[in-house]
Design a protein around this ligand. Structure first.
Ligand code: SF4
Length: 213
């Protein structure tokens, strides 16, 4: 029942908005850098920071590890909270270098639940960032929950906003097959919906989900 309902939503959103082509990055390391930089920040600001890192030849963690903190802070300044985010990038770079020798291939070989625990132990990596890294950089079947998804699902009576990240995640993962491409696209479509229509004041009259059970 839930499973059919979620798939109906997915197909409706995909038909209305089209593929979202997430994550907008050329490499897995760029995805991880973007996932850290986008915390509490609009994507257009993150793009400026990513362009600055690219210009400095530092859009990968080996280069980030070699940068001094001041330089890194200046490069990522457009992404805001730059001191905290510089520390988070350096922390990830240390972890990635020491444990995986800067190899995404080696990282992907680790079981998902172990990887998730490792990520969550890092500085400023919470569930949403960890799961974004797992899904979009490492292609693991983990559904990402964000504030838009919580708002949309709670408005439709699935779960109230007070439920935990894990409760919302279980709603998707227990009712959908463990499919990386499906999770990738569905999360991106929900973000698009939340950003454009299911705002604090919802624009239901323009919404493709209006009237869909
Ligand atoms: S905008 Fe309205 S119809 Fe669309 S998801 Fe939000 S509450 Fe539902």
């Amino acid at each position: 029942m839930r499973s059919q309902q979620l798939m109906r939503w997915y197909k409706t959103l995909l038909a209305a908005f089209g593929p979202q082509h997430w994550w907008p990055a050329k490499t897995a390391e760029e995805v991880i850098i973007g996932a850290i930089l986008t915390q509490n920040t609009a994507w257009k600001n993150v793009e400026q920071a990513i362009a600055a890192l690219r210009g400095a030849g530092a859009l990968h963690f080996k280069a980030i590890a070699a940068l001094d903190t001041e330089t890194l802070v200046e490069l990522i300044r457009p992404a805001r909270f730059m001191n905290l985010k510089a520390r988070a990038l350096q922390s990830f770079a240390r972890f990635f270098g020491e444990r995986y020798g800067y190899s995404i291939r080696r990282m992907k070989q680790k079981p998902t639940d172990e990887l998730r625990k490792e990520l969550l132990s890092l500085y400023r990596i919470g569930p949403e960032t960890a799961d974004s890294i797992l899904l979009y950089a490492l292609e693991k079947p983990v559904f990402v929950i964000d504030v838009y998804t919580k708002r949309i699902m709670s408005r439709h009576g699935f779960l109230s906003m007070g439920h935990s990240y894990e409760d919302f995640q279980a709603l998707f993962m227990e009712n959908l097959s463990a499919d990386v491409q499906l999770y990738n696209e569905f999360h991106a479509l929900l973000v698009h919906l939340g950003n454009r229509l299911c705002r604090p004041k919802p624009l239901c009259d323009q919404c493709p989900l209006r009237g869909i059970a």
